[in-house]
Design a protein around this ligand. Structure first.
Ligand SMILES: Cc1ncc(COP(=O)(O)O)c(C=O)c1O
Length: 371
């Protein structure tokens, strides 16, 4: 049998000894406070029904990259609709949010440019930045004065400046101070990139996202919408100017050098937008979010959030795992988020609310956590 490098074995032993070993599960507790299916589009089967009712001759595979044989009228039409919905000139579909972020950040900022990012941005954005030749500095989470200092210190030394944030942070549930960031553009010239992965389907008119809610869509250089969360399917789109789309088609390697999504996935994205436009689930989810906040506002261990993601900080990997197991034993599916995914002593229980959860389930969950 092929040998496995000792250094890698040691790394596995190390994560095991630190209670950080990850494994894949196939069976989940039934009361879902964990998945990203915020509106139930996937688990209720409603999106699948809509997709099944759409009857083009759907192929199993797209047969090539978008630039070779994988493009279709369906892709073009869907991107046109996405751009219209998000009030942008253009949209470009990627195979996943990870690919979109990787392809955007690795290709757009150039040598001689500066990237300023929140310290808590998603791994896909971080990896994209790592592949870029631009200079990169982080500012502490949502710290506008630090961002302003960095802009003040560096704005005249770089060609272009890109600021990278998330409208809803995936491991905290809180939001970037987008209006304050935009206000800085009165003094400094920069391009704002906003990952809306956890905001689509929750904020804005018909779930258009937080940039829509704050009326700043046209102030963003690029916005990323992912479809594996509230939209209940798969894939992602980057929306922005026509030049941005042209640029990505020509230079974004995670777009160019991969087989395009199959038609079924593109139809799913199209149908998920139709569901979103007519959705009653968004207002139901908002009621549950308000209720959850009313029940937890006095408890400082909960990170303040208006999104579907709510976190209770429980320091220690062992402690937070034990709480997850206790909840699981009562059939509640809530994930613990351990270090190194979050900083040490910031380990937490990550509770995702869904339109299909009930007030009673929230009450039971909070009682169990408190007991
Ligand atoms: C903020 C954020 N951006 C991007 C992604 C990646 O999206 P996808 O799951 O479609 O690859 C995620 C998923 O975890 C995310 O939380």
């Amino acid at each position: 049998m092929a040998s496995f490098p000792e250094k890698l074995l040691n790394k596995l032993h190390e994560v095991k000894s630190q209670n950080k070993f990850r494994t894949l599960k196939t069976v989940y507790p039934t009361i879902d406070f964990s998945s990203n299916d915020y509106l139930g589009f996937s688990s209720s089967g409603v999106l699948q029904q809509h997709v099944a009712s759409f009857t083009p001759s759907v192929n199993s595979g797209s047969t090539g990259s978008r630039l070779i044989s994988g493009n279709s009228v369906l892709f073009n039409d869907t991107e046109h609709d996405i751009a219209q919905f998000h009030h942008a000139e253009s949209a470009l579909i990627f195979n996943s949010g990870f690919d979109a972020n990787l392809g955007l950040l690795s290709s757009v900022p150039q040598k001689g440019d500066l990237i300023l990012s929140d310290e808590l941005i998603h791994a896909s954005l971080i990896d994209g930045i790592r592949l870029s030749y631009a200079t990169h500095y982080k500012f502490s989470h949502n710290n506008i004065s630090q961002l302003k200092d960095l802009l003040e210190r560096h704005h005249s030394s770089f060609n272009e400046i890109y600021i990278v944030v998330e409208s809803v942070y995936s491991m905290d549930g809180d939001s970037a101070p987008l209006r304050e960031i935009i206000a800085l553009s009165n003094h400094y010239h920069f391009h704002l990139i906003v990952d809306e992965a956890h905001a689509i389907g929750i904020f804005g008119e018909q779930g258009r996202g937080l940039c829509n809610e704050l009326n700043i869509e046209d102030k963003c250089f690029a916005r990323i919408y992912t479809y594996g969360k509230a939209m209940g399917c798969h894939g992602a789109a980057i929306v922005g100017s026509k030049q941005l789309k042209d640029y990505l088609i020509n230079f974004s390697r995670s777009f160019i050098y991969t087989t395009a999504l199959p038609e079924h996935s593109v139809v799913s994205i199209k149908k998920a937008y139709e569901l979103l436009i007519n959705s009653k689930e968004i207002s139901r989810l908002k009621e549950l979010i308000s209720y959850f906040n009313s029940q937890t506002q006095a408890d400082n261990s909960f990170i303040k959030s208006n999104s579907a993601i709510h976190c209770k900080v429980v320091p220690g990997n062992t402690q937070v795992s034990e709480l997850e197991q206790k909840l699981s034993a009562s059939n509640f599916f809530v994930k613990s988020i351990k270090s190194p995914t979050v900083k040490e002593n910031q380990e937490r229980l990550r509770i995702c609310l869904h339109s299909f959860n009930t007030f009673e389930e929230i009450n039971q969950l909070l009682q169990l956590i408190a007991s």
